[in-house]
Design a binder for this molecule. Sequence first.
Ligand code: UD1
Ligand code: CA
Length: 436
Amino acid sequence: MAQEEEIKFIVLAAGKGKRMKSQKPKVLHEIFAKPLLAWVLDSIEQLPYESESIVVIGHGAHDVEEYLNNNYKYAKTAHQAQQLGSGHAAAQAVPIIDKFQGMVVITCGDTPLISSQTLNELIKYHKENYSDLTVMTTKLENPYGYGRIIRNHKDEIIRIIEQKDATTDQQEINEVNTGVYCLDWAKIRKAFNDLKNDNAQGEYYLTDIVKWARDNQYKVLGYVAKNSEEIYGINSRRDLAFVTSVMNKRYLEELMNNGVTIVDPNSTFISPETTIEPDCTIFPYTYIEGKNTIFKNCKVGPQAHIRGNCEVGEGCKIGNFVELKNAKIAKNSNVCHLSYIGDANIGNHVNIGAGTIFANYNSITKEKKVSTLQDNVSIGSNSVIVAPVEIGHDAFVAASSCITKNIEENSLAIARAHQREVKNWVNKNKETTDES
Ligand code: UD1
Ligand code: CA
């Protein structure tokens, strides 16, 4: 069963990312609150193959390793002590894979748009054409910065030339190296012993494995990726903003095609990890990150912020200046204005008045606690729900209450200072002012 064969992935993530001008390792910079590296690892994980990923880490290795330990425990790491180039980086994974017989895919940790479909097409192409080394290429209108694909008169790829090493003529070539390669490992692994750093940047270029393979009579092919947007690499903050907008635009279009109204795509940001069902309307200036599900017929925004691990049931309204985090809201409930709902379970037909805050976090113990509101609860405006509390069905909280204890079903809870009235206070004050 071909689909079950094992493929190993080398993910290059050791580079300093000089052009980011950051203390943080480049691959930990985020799009929709998820590191660049995680987008790549998730695409690998979705492939219909048994896969093992070896992430090459170096610059900021401690932080990257900690992130991997917390989120991708299965990933192996290889250390690149000095950042001597992408070829040198890949070479650090060689001892780990060593005698493996099969396909190895090398990819970069800074290309978060790469999809599992495109990786799969590359692998299929490599197999079907009995290739020894397949380079994924694509054509870009503006190829600046990328390695250029040099082909001979037979249209075969003979080498890759980096931007900084390219002649003016070579700079005109618009077929570029995407930085993703599929290798017959047993054959191509030897290339890593022979890489040299005699180029403009004094680095060991991974791209030189192409020329090496040709010189050693191996079959080198190029797979031209159809969707060139997927290969955008992030080298600078501008690239980060650009790729964020590409990812966002693509997903908003998919949502609209599936029956979601996006009133203003230019001011709406929705992570592709969030599912939104048909007949929802998303109003302008809404920002949704992380994994959430918004069921059908909901209205969200304007100016809503949904931060992950939320479920918004059918027919809910999440209004302006409302922030949700780790909140499960059942059907037909409303949180219409200026509220923060964090770590909460909320039932059906619940109404949360304007300015309600769920106080879920204890900054001394650093603990977050959950509050639960059953069906038909009504919370008056400007209330604080101090977690953990449970509020029974049909209970009513008076406006401006600070709720610190559970409330039974059908009860009214009032937790605010009594109103006091000082008769004629205004006139008395006026008199004192007149005398002075
Ligand atoms: C690289 C390719 C280029 C291709 C482009 C696609 C080389 C020499 N060039 O250029 O042909 O068009 O990607 O995006 O490979 N890295 C390390 N250790 C190092 C240096 C780099 O791990 O010492 C990693 C980086 O973290 C990154 C990847 O290798 O994930 C590529 O390095 P980067 O410096 O971004 O190369 P580009 O100039 O983008
Ligand atoms: Ca890059």
